[in-house]
Design a protein around this ligand. Structure first.
Ligand SMILES: [Zn+2]
Length: 79
């Protein structure tokens, strides 16, 4: 009998489960990956963390564009 590493609930595991297969914990809704089958070992999968990092990089690019506009101040040619 396998247990969820997050909430410790009992999990229904298919008998033909293989390494790197993924199962869902019905109690807490998390996705679990099979890292070993003998003995059975499960590890939680967190897919949503990558999305936050992508948003931070976009905001930094916008700051770089504003710097270019401040270099157009040349008035010496009016003599
Ligand atoms: Zn769980």
């Amino acid at each position: 009998m396998a247990r969820c590493p997050e909430c410790n609930s009992k999990l229904v595991i298919p008998s033909d489960l293989e390494r790197w297969d993924r199962v869902f914990c019905e109690a807490c809704g998390i996705e679990l990956e099979v890292v070993d089958v003998n003995p059975l070992e499960l590890e939680a999968v967190y897919d949503f963390e990558d999305d936050d990092n992508a948003l931070d990089e976009l905001e930094e690019d916008e700051d770089d564009l504003e710097w270019d506009e401040e270099e157009d101040e040349e008035e010496d040619e009016e003599w």
